[in-house]
Design a protein around this ligand. Structure first.
Ligand code: SF4
Length: 321
């Protein structure tokens, strides 16, 4: 099946004082119809820049190289007006902070009815009923009352449910969720992840779930792409990558996952060292200074993404050795 979204050799650069800041480096990824892809990485991995590129929302001055192809559209060549139209119809997003999606001075109901104006021919009262049904679907009790409330009258978790419901009302063919549970407590996070999982049946297209938390990926995603310092380190089916990671960085992320530590008194491990700044020159493997398995070749030769299973690739010399 043709991918619904295809990134080919994408690099994203921001203007810096002395030199360009290269936040994303030569990333290629495909996302299939019906698939949920988890984009995972530490802060500074480039995942939010990639999300902005997929939404056509890179800030002024940013430059993108390579191709971002969504359905029949080459996103990098579209005008701002065409991008806006796509974002209003085929592509929707859910942000970490639902306040960014909701107008604080308008009641939830007015916003949910207005969101549908561009997507349906329904009357206002039909849009109201559809919005109430959607709020119920995303787990909000008494939707009629919620529709008459302002965003600040809802809890953070309820606001995120509204934002997810609003995104689903557009029936997008690509849904991009950027850390939608990061600001929530563990119980609310579990509920929102369950809603995201159930939302798959509402969607005809694909979902990209961006997170720094690899345990979240196992709960909602079919495939995972692990980013480090702007580079793609490993990508493959969630069930295989998380049970038998091939890249030392993926292994390290999993070892630091609190959900996998069964002894409550054990100190949570961290990955020693820091992510290199995006302006630092790159020689050899970018993860080498932090990699416990690094050997001489790693410091001089950059590893290419190599197949290590069906639809599974890892950028590590150990895979090709
Ligand atoms: Fe570690 Fe070398 Fe593999 Fe890089 S290429 S992840 S340094 S073993």
């Amino acid at each position: 099946m043709d991918p619904i979204l295809s990134l080919k050799d994408v690099s994203i650069l921001y203007p810096g004082d002395q030199t360009d800041i290269r936040a994303v480096r030569n990333v290629s990824l495909d996302v299939a119809q019906g698939e949920t892809l988890g984009l995972v990485g530490e802060s500074g991995s480039g995942k939010s820049s990639l999300a902005a590129a997929m939404l056509g929302l890179l800030p002024a001055g940013a430059r993108i190289k390579g191709s971002v192809h969504f359905e029949d559209h080459e996103m990098t060549a579209l005008s701002e007006a065409d991008l806006r139209q796509l974002r209003g119809s085929a592509i929707a997003s859910i942000a970490q902070d639902p306040f960014t999606a909701l107008n604080p001075v308008l009641r939830i109901g007015s916003q949910m009815v207005a969101f549908q104006h561009w997507h349906t021919d329904l009357s206002k009262s039909e849009r109201w009923t559809r919005a109430c049904n959607m709020l119920e679907k995303v787990g909000l009790s008494d939707p009629e009352t919620r529709m008459r409330q302002f965003p600040h009258q809802l809890s953070g978790g309820s606001r995120q449910r509204v934002a997810i419901g609003a995104a689903l009302l557009a029936e997008p063919r690509l849904l991009i969720a950027d850390e939608p549970t990061t600001a929530l407590d563990a119980t609310t996070e579990a509920q929102i992840l369950a809603i995201m999982r159930d939302a798959k049946s509402e969607l005809t297209g694909a979902t990209i779930f961006i997170t720094h938390d690899i345990s979240v990926v196992s709960r909602v995603c079919d495939r995972v792409a692990v980013l480090y310092a702007g580079e793609l380190m490993e990508t493959g089916p969630v069930s295989e990558v998380l049970s038998n990671p091939q890249h030392p960085y993926t292994k390290a992320l999993l070892e630091c996952d609190p959900a996998r530590i069964d002894e409550p008194t054990r100190t949570l491990p961290t990955i020693p060292g820091t992510v290199p700044p995006p302006t630092a020159p790159r020689v050899g493997c970018t993860f080498a200074p932090r990699c416990p398995a690094a050997f001489d070749r790693c410091r001089t030769e950059r590893p290419a993404l190599a197949a290590c299973g069906e639809n599974w690739k890892s950028a590590c010399h150990l895979v090709t050795a």
